[in-house]
Design a protein around this ligand. Structure first.
Ligand code: FAD
Ligand code: DLZ
Ligand code: SF4
Length: 519
């Protein structure tokens, strides 16, 4: 009897722990396209097409290499449309002596997997996902006795562990651990960043696109510009282009935003990394090599490595350390529904409409757009964390709950009460104006603070600060801002609060029921 190895849609890695030790002649690999996964939130069409196409390509590659793959398509008449249902059916088909599965990325799926040993007659082995640098146990040990979980401290541990950008005397390369201060250049003209490679859909991808149009036609987003890598080869080519053409300026312009420029100098590799097509440590070593060869400055290379072995590993550890509570945290008691324009892009706020357009067209927006435009708006307008969580999980092709939720709940919304971020990332229009070219042609005036034409971020900022005074005044990183507010005349304060309230009252709530059922 064979060993059955289910491989999930974000486990498309040849060296996956469950595959590494197996031999081809006594293993059946199970891959399943299931309705439950495609609709537990109504994912962006590009995300479903990407995962299905990457899964089908991965299965074909395994078969070419001599593996036995049992692949259940979405349209298979007997498909039960859940992972557990499909594993049960596969056990009937293959009568395996045991089942080896790598733990799931998402809590929801892991809950189901943990029922398998009781549910199924064969032996079930759940293996750790060692594609991550920090294991759950290691993160727990690091986090347990700390009052505050500071990414920077965790990141230094990961630098030591991996040896990335470390000198032989144990000191960080270049003398500093972090060059974040050199990662904040505003845009310089229209930037003219080299375009990332787009991969023309082959026959398999075209079939997936047609399937998605047919079955998930009412989901958000456009499929027209689909060009994501769907194989490891393509993902490697995308990485090659980043290391050859964009990493040099990645660091300085990491926080810059330019209207209509959707990629700038970002790697655009998250969709490939997250479904398993690229290995993070290999990418970091390539970045380090670019530095050693003088092809990229330290602030670009350290910045890239920090995002991956710092932020990415940190949010994954944070997620598992705080689940399931993180889903329902709402420290600031935010209950406003998501505005309709998050789905349509129809708003006069030029920054938001550009970020939402990119999100709709590419299933992508870069970090600072997610954080300081979309996220900042949700924070200061007091949008319900669950509505925001669902939106981010739906709209990005790289979105999996383990990475989306900490970024949304803890990083942008302060819904965890400041465990991850030391202060809420609230900002007025001034920040967006400094870091982008959005404001010049906006219908609102970024220099106006109150009244009809004022940039809405300006009054909303003070409305937010005033609303949460009791919670935030003692925060040493933000509390002193109240001195500025307190110095204002009462009439001025009233103008700010009235302008913000009028804006909030005019917001049209989202009409569609996109949200998932939380149990
Ligand atoms: P680059 O700018 O080139 O960065 C390199 C890599 O670093 C990324 O590919 C990614 O793997 C990693 N990275 C960077 N920032 C983060 C971060 N904050 N958390 C985790 N990894 C990071 N990233 C996701 O992969 N999936 C998500 O669902 C997701 N949701 C987000 C939601 C919000 C509110 C915010 C503020 C950020 C979110 N991010 C998410 C992080 C980040 O925005 C994306 O990883 C990045 O935009 C992907 O584009 P890129 O590959 O060009 O990244
Ligand atoms: C995102 C996604 C989608 C849309 N569909 C599938 C699918 O049909 N089959 C599958 O194996 N994986 C899919 N995925 C990715 C999974 O949601 C992801 O592997 C889990 O959430 C990880 O816990
Ligand atoms: Fe955005 Fe305000 Fe600038 Fe308009 S003026 S683009 S709303 S920050």
């Amino acid at each position: 009897n064979p060993v059955l190895v289910p491989v999930l849609g974000d486990q498309l890695t040849r060296t996956l722990a469950s595959l590494r030790e197996r031999t081809k002649d006594d293993t059946v690999i199970l891959m399943m396209e299931v309705w439950d996964e495609a609709t537990y939130v109504k994912h962006h069409k590009q995300k479903i097409a990407l995962i299905f196409s990457a899964m089908r390509h991965f299965a074909a590659e395994l078969e070419d290499a001599g593996w036995t793959v049992d692949y259940v398509t979405l349209t298979d008449e007997d498909n039960s449309h859940s992972f557990s249902g499909e594993v049960a059916r596969a056990i009937e088909r293959h009568d395996p002596r045991s089942l080896h599965v790598v733990e799931a990325g998402e809590w929801r799926v892991q809950q189901a997997i943990e029922e398998w040993p009781d549910k199924f007659a064969c032996e079930v082995e759940i293996l750790p996902d060692d594609r991550f640098i920090c294991s759950h146990a290691e993160f727990r040990e690091w986090a347990e006795d700390r009052k505050h979980l500071t990414m920077e401290h965790f990141y230094r541990e990961m630098r030591r562990k991996t040896g990335l950008l470390m000198r032989s005397d144990g000191k960080p390369e270049g003398g500093d651990w972090n060059y974040d201060k050199m990662n904040r250049e505003p845009p310089d003209g229209d930037m003219d960043a080299p375009a990332r490679p787009l991969f023309k859909p082959d026959a398999i991808t075209q079939q997936c696109i047609a399937l998605v149009e047919d079955r998930f036609g009412d989901h958000f987003g456009s499929l027209e510009s689909f060009g994501w890598p769907v194989t490891r080869d393509e993902a490697e080519k995308a990485a090659d282009a980043f290391f050859a053409e964009r990493i040099e300026k990645f660091g300085p312009y990491q926080d810059a935003m330019v209207h209509g420029e959707d990629d700038l100098y970002h790697s655009m590799l998250s969709t490939s990394i997250n479904c398993g097509l690229l290995d993070t440590l290999e990418l970091c070593r390539r970045a380090e090599e670019a530095y050693e060869k003088g092809k990229a400055p330290i602030n670009s290379v350290e910045g890239f490595i920090r995002q991956i072995i710092g932020w990415r590993e940190f949010v994954r550890g944070f997620y598992w350390y705080n689940m399931p509570g993180l889903q329902s945290d709402n420290e600031l008691g935010a209950h406003r529904p998501l505005p309709e324009f998050f789905w349509t892009g129809e708003t006069d706020m030029r920054c938001l409409s550009d970020c939402i357009r990119s999100t709709r067209d590419n299933a992508h927006a870069h970090h600072i757009q997610r954080l300081m435009v979309l996220g900042n708006f949700c924070l200061i307008a007091g949008i319900d964390p669950r509505a925001v969580q669902d939106w981010y999980l739906v709209v990005y092709a790289d979105a999996y709950e383990w990475v989306e939720l900490p970024n949304v709940s803890a990083m942008i919304l302060y819904a965890d009460g400041g465990e991850l971020a030391t202060k809420p990332y609230a900002a007025s229009g001034n920040y967006i104006n400094k870091m982008s070219d959005y404001c010049g042609e906006c219908r609102y005036s970024v220099s106006r603070k109150t009244g009809e034409d004022a940039c809405p971020f300006n009054p909303l900022y003070w409305h937010f600060m005033e609303r949460h005074r009791d919670t935030l005044k003692s925060n040493h990183r933000i509390g002193r801002i109240y001195a500025t507010w307190d110095r204002m005349e009462d009439d001025r304060k009233r103008d700010y609060l009235d302008t913000a309230q009028e804006f909030l009252d005019r917001l049209e709530p989202a009409s569609k029921g996109w949200a998932r059922d939380y149990q």
